[in-house]
Design a binder for this molecule. Sequence first.
Ligand code: NDP
Length: 276
Amino acid sequence: MSRPSQFAVFGHPIAHSLSPRIHQAFAQQFGIALTYRTIDAAPSAFADAVRHFFNEEDGRGANVTLPHKLSAFALADEHTQAATRAGTANVLTRLPDGRLAAHNTDGAALVRDLTDRHGLDLRGHDALLLGAGGAARAVAWSLFEAGVQTLTIVNRSPEAADQLADAIGEPARVHTRYWDDLGNIGSFDLIVNATSVGTLGQALSLPFSLVGSRAVCYDLGYGTSAFAFLAWARAAGALHAYDGLGMLVEQAADAFELWHGKRPDTEPVYQSLRAL
Ligand code: NDP
């Protein structure tokens, strides 16, 4: 019998990743046999670990998460537009000639979670994006392309927000403000927390005035890392407050389709993780 195809997720730490469970659940939908495991690599060991996985272990595809997304982009031979725009990659795929292709599915995943799962029509929304790191860069482009009316990007380090807005290059719709001004920039219909504050075990201090009367608030994190932001959103009167579990499942579905040429049904997998 032939050996199952090899897949993995690289991160540091990575032991508690849900990705192996998600990819196995998708594979079961199609009767595909695969091995999908976590590979913990410190930043200094990441490039060698990737090379070993693809060259020595016959790896076909890998997801990449914190803190390796920049490095994954840098070591790939080819880059999709989504990866190039974000400057980061969360998917590495071995091409038939052995070279590596980088892709970023984070932005498309967030938009699909908001629109398909949560039924939001983003057109006409005034959106606030908190953060300008790797995930925020992917998300900003996708929100813009999904038709938000305005996108205000606010980052602790203003240079990164400015760079992101400049890269999109639509000053009438996409602009930046300073973090210290959050108390006087009005209210928004959609607020996306793309900072890593929750993941770092901290909480943001945000004014309630940001939350419009029918606002949707979304934290890219999930589990305990999203608690503080979602509690803030509910206390401020948000209509809906969502965590990033749906985005996690959607970004995995994009990677799965890229590798296997089949589109998995994300809803049962999402529901089973939600019930954990
Ligand atoms: P990065 O490290 O690239 O970016 C971190 C961002 O958080 C930067 O904008 C940084 O600002 C900001 N930040 C960090 N600490 C603070 C603070 N104390 N106050 C204000 N801002 C702060 O991380 P990623 O973009 O890769 O990930 C961001 C989050 O999104 C993580 O929690 C990650 O788990 C989550 N994520 C979830 C996904 C999903 O599928 N649900 C997919 C991808 C990411 P500065 O530039 O000033 O340092």
